[in-house]
Write a protein that binds this ligand. Structure first.
Ligand code: ZN
Length: 156
């Protein structure tokens, strides 16, 4: 477990220091905003969807290291995926971070790849919403574009 914790901290620090796909996205056709008032994290997501595939995605906003790193990892992970694949990933990440992913489901665990490090956040329960924020925002951008999703409704 300590290896995972080290890796978790390394990846979070790296992505917080050098967020990937950060900035406005010209030509985007989906957008959503995520708000986590518990921590003060704000994520604004822009997506360009073409032929049911996520051609490009970027984020802006400000927040803690975990929310920034999670958004950065999310954009890397979903770029090039179909909308349906991204939704499956959203479900799995959500299960992973809320402790509902069956560790025996090797296929699901393996499909997460590098995103598995996010499970390190489970050691900091107050921060789970920081890590899931970008994913909820993506889900909203794909299913209800233009909306704002907030963690205040109690869901994680
Ligand atoms: Zn946060």
């Amino acid at each position: 477990m300590s290896d995972l914790t080290d890796l978790y901290q390394e990846v979070i620090l790296d992505h917080n220091r050098r967020p990937r796909n950060f900035g406005p996205l010209p030509g985007s056709n989906r957008a959503a905003k995520g708000d986590n008032p518990l921590c003060g994290d704000v994520v604004r997501l822009q997506v360009r969807v073409e032929d049911d595939a996520i051609e490009d995605v970027s984020f802006e906003g400000q927040g803690c290291a975990i929310s920034t790193a999670s958004a950065s990892l999310m954009t890397e992970a979903v770029k090039g995926k179909t909308v349906a694949e991204a939704e499956v990933l959203f479900d799995r990440i959500h299960q992973l971070l809320t402790g509902k992913l069956d560790p025996g489901d090797e296929e699901a665990v393996e499909a997460l790849g590098k995103l598995q490090v996010l499970s390190g956040v489970r050691e900091y329960p107050m921060r789970v919403k920081c890590a899931t924020l970008a994913w909820h925002t993506l889900h909203t951008a794909l299913t209800d574009p233009g909306s704002t999703v907030t963690t205040e409704d109690g869901s994680d």
